[in-house]
Design a protein around this ligand. Structure first.
Ligand code: NAP
Ligand code: HSE
Length: 440
């Protein structure tokens, strides 16, 4: 059979990783597919730039449009990132009848509803395994492996750069900026690293996970998003003393009142497996009603791991090239006309436990005053630690863990606490989840 001919848009970290894996594992892949996968063309911005892969048999161009419209190309692999240029090229390629493979979570989270509708009409596949969890085959696991389950919740460490930074700060005492510079040098970070640091990249990925887990449209604008910039080393230390680790989590949960979609730093009990997922590694916990909780772990970013997912998608596309477009696995796991319009909850209506840290005057009655304000909002305290004052200081750090409460009650209590004369400055508030299999 003739080879499947591939055009790659973008030959950076992931693009070159894909070329390298295809070259290295070519014979093995051909044995799996029954035909070979060949990259025949690729587009870049700068033709003079040194590439970390061989381009000997690839025709390079700066004109991405010419690849998208090339009748010799069967599949387009979009690896330039961002949503505007990428959307334009992908829609053009779909109109030209090409199948698409992409690692671009921003594109899928923001424009996926439109892209899948058009792809469905054209009978082409849009595969995006590499968009979530780097090399972890999480899209396939949810869409196919767990399709017998009603999925209750998904919680994951889904940004490798953020996890790498938090781990380097905690374990090696490195500064935030040093760790971020390393993540950039190693090819883990987004072109605009604020996407990693501010939680936007994780929110893109959570949007995709929630859609395929619950059968809802992609709704990136409804995700509550907080990044890692506010996580201080002191909080990592106090959380450790209380038996917790701070991880940046994406959480999607289907409750009775609607769906929670949230991304924020979260305290997790140290004994949970996911609490030991460090560095660039990602892990996604999924609770299904039939299977219970399962965890998927692996490299969340980097050239070869991400290429592993891209090549798996290429194999899928190659295998299904001849199948009836109406009988393929649906893009978003559920039939396109069967997506549900479940309500997405506002953050104020979400219930979690909390870690609070405040700087308070070291005098009798302060703790009671704070406890009373918490009680007034139906917030019960799980643990308290109060530190010794530093020499010459008359304030001390007070750390509290609370039981679950609605976020709006916590907001009200914190406004009152911050107004107390005995409390200095703002209260640091981190959310806390136990992630046990009984959580519904
Ligand atoms: P990258 O290293 O910056 O590579 C981007 C490539 O696209 C470069 O070859 C660049 O050309 C080209 N390019 C950029 N803007 C372009 C434009 N407007 N028109 C045409 N070409 C353009 O990025 P990457 O890390 O490989 O990431 C690619 C995609 O994969 C992104 O969507 C990213 O979110 C996603 N992703 C990355 C990872 C990872 O670990 N890096 C993991 C999972 C998913 P030049 O080389 O000539 O500058
Ligand atoms: N910048 C992303 C991360 C790449 O660090 O997780 C993988 O999607």
């Amino acid at each position: 059979m003739r080879p499947v001919r591939i055009g790659i848009l973008g030959l950076g970290t992931v693009g070159c990783g894909t070329v390298n894996v295809l070259l290295r594992n070519g014979p093995e892949i051909t044995r799996r597919v029954g035909r070979s996968l060949q990259v025949i063309r690729a587009s870049v911005r700068d033709l003079q730039k040194r590439r970390s892969c061989s381009v000997d048999n690839i025709s390079l161009t700066q004109d991405a449009d010419s690849i998208v419209n090339d009748p010799d190309v069967d599949v387009i692999v979009e690896l330039i990132g961002g949503h505007d240029a990428a959307r334009q090229l992908v829609l053009q390629a779909i109109a030209a009848g090409k199948h698409i493979v992409t690692a671009n979570k921003a594109l899928i989270a923001v424009h996926g509803n439109e892209i899948f509708r058009v792809a469905q009409e054209q009978g082409v596949m849009v595969a995006f395994e590499a968009a979530v969890g780097g090399g972890i085959p999480i899209i396939k696991a949810i869409r196919e492996g767990l399709s017998g389950n009603r999925i209750e919740w998904v919680a994951g460490i889904i940004n490798g750069t953020g996890n790498f930074i938090l781990t380097e700060m905690r374990d090696r005492g490195r500064s935030f900026d040093e760790a971020l510079a390393d993540a950039q040098r190693l090819g883990y970070a987004e072109a605009d690293p604020s996407f990693d640091v501010e939680g936007i990249d994780a929110a893109h990925k959570l949007t995709i996970l929630a859609s395929i887990a619950f059968g809802i449209p992609l709704q990136f604008d409804k995700v509550y998003t907080e990044g890692i910039a506010g996580v201080a080393r002191a909080d990592m230390k106090y959380a450790g003393e209380l038996g917790y680790r701070i991880k940046h989590l994406g959480i999607a949960r289907r409750g009775d009142d609607g769906v929670e979609l949230r991304v924020h730093p979260t305290l997790i009990p140290e004994r949970r497996l996911i609490a030991s997922v460090d560095g660039i590694m990602n892990a996604i916990l999924i609770k299904g009603d039939a299977l219970g909780a399962t965890m998927y772990y692996g490299a969340g970013a980097g050239a070869d791991p991400t290429a592993s997912a891209i090549v798996a998608d290429l194999v899928d596309v190659a295998r299904t090239l001849t199948t009836d477009p109406h009988n393929r696995v649906p893009h978003l796991a559920f039939q396109p006309d069967a997506l549900s319009d479940l309500r997405i909850l506002s953050m104020e209506d979400v219930q979690t436990s909390y870690y609070l840290r405040m700087q308070v005057r070291d005098r009798p009655g302060v703790l009671a005053e704070i406890a009373q304000l918490l009680a007034g909002q139906q917030i019960s305290i799980e643990a308290v630690i109060q530190k010794e004052p530093a020499e010459g200081e008359d304030t001390v750090p007070l750390i509290m863990l609370t039981h679950r409460v609605l976020e709006k009650n916590m907001n009200a209590a914190l406004t009152q606490i911050e107004a107390l004369g005995s409390v200095q400055g703002k209260v640091v508030r981190l959310r806390m989840e136990h992630l046990d299999s009984a959580w519904k």
